[in-house]
Design a binder for this molecule. Structure first.
Ligand code: SF4
Length: 336
């Protein structure tokens, strides 16, 4: 189970050196900042992203790699992670368990012997200390069949080592947050071309977390969708009331994304001057529309004019407003 970062490359190299037949599996949970950006900027689907990522990782690792989109399924982990969240909204332990269960399904269905990961003992505070690593192994149903080649010598021998399928002597004992040993090993093994593991995770980002938490607090039990998770990384978010939130496009690509993917919601625009496209979430009443129009005007090129024309549309429905732009003070109060 590989991310594409240095540790997973080294884990592949260490096992490939023993002549073991390997299949890489790379899961896309939908929260990589780069993927979120690509989905908005180029209106790229997760299928396209998965296909390209699989090809890139195969080339990098020199083994077949299957990249699998699990973004819809992953929402179940976000809803109620039994092990809780980390510093922001990152359910790291349950995320690992979920991914390992998925990998285990492939292992069993296709008759592979074990799962390996590039984990290093003590490298990540939430998910890579000894107790968490043991509990992840147990709860994913992989006791004895989960190999961590980079730190295996610090852990109990696995079934594969005991049976002689994997030579324990050729495994490693790396631990801690320093990357020095990995860099040295990369040089020795001729491993190159690595980057950050899949470009990070938006769930660990405080700005993303703020929008996620605001959504959960105000969703009234409405299910979280993959589309919502893309929206948290897009535009400026303003909460106008307990039931109304608006998202203001910051650039052309975001405006286009709203106009393509959010047409089932009210969209506000300024037809006479360049300005953002604004998505309205919730169920606005007659008093809310002039406020929405004023915020839209504030972010348009007419922000210093006395009044600006704003159209708010949803399908065939269209309303026209001529409003003074909202003040900076109001905007500051509403910003999430
Ligand atoms: S940082 Fe994100 S992808 Fe990584 S384990 Fe945590 S939740 Fe999962």
């Amino acid at each position: 189970m590989i991310s594409g970062g240095l540790d997973s490359l080294l884990a592949v190299a260490v096992l490939a050196k023993q002549g073991i037949d390997l299949l890489g599996v790379h899961f896309l949970n939908g929260f990589t900042p780069e993927n979120l950006r690509r989905r908005v900027n180029g209106l790229v689907s997760m299928d396209d992203i998965a296909e390209k990522r699989g090809m890139a990782l195969s080339g990098l690792l020199g083994i077949p790699v299957r990249a699998i989109d699990i973004s819809a399924d992953f929402l179940s982990v976000m809803k109620d992670p039994p092990h809780g969240f980390g510093k922001n909204v990152n359910p790291c332990i349950d995320c690992r368990i979920f991914l390992l269960r998925k990998a285990a399904e492939i292992m069993r269905a296709e008759d592979y012997d074990f799962i390996f990961t590039g984990e290093v003992l003590g490298q990540r505070p939430m998910s890579q200390h000894l107790i968490a690593m043991r509990s992840v192994e147990k709860e994913s149903g992989l006791t004895g069949r989960l190999l961590r080649p980079l730190c295996a010598k610090l852990l109990k021998p696995t079934e594969m080592e005991e049976k002689g399928l994997v030579d324990r002597k050729m495994l490693l004992d790396i631990q801690g947050r320093s990357r020095k040993r990995q860099m040295k090993l990369a040089e020795e093994l001729g491993v190159e071309g690595y980057g950050a593991p899949a470009g990070g995770c938006a769930l660990t980002d405080i700005n993303y977390a703020r929008k996620y938490i605001d959504h959960i607090e105000h969703s009234g039990g409405r299910d979280l969708s993959v589309r919502d998770t893309v929206l948290f990384s897009t535009g400026r978010h303003l909460r106008l009331s307990g039931s109304i939130k608006i998202v203001v496009g910051r650039k052309q690509e975001e405006n286009e994304y709203f106009e393509a993917e959010w047409t089932d919601h009210y969209l506000a625009m300024t037809p006479d001057v360049p300005g953002p496209t604004v998505v309205v979430l919730g169920d606005p009443g007659p008093d809310d529309f002039p406020v929405i129009a004023a915020v839209t005007a504030r972010y348009s090129d007419g922000k210093n004019e006395k009044t600006v024309r704003v159209d708010i549309v949803r399908g065939e429905e269209k309303m026209e407003f001529e409003v003074p732009p909202a003040s900076e003070e109001d905007i500051a109060l509403w910003r999430i």
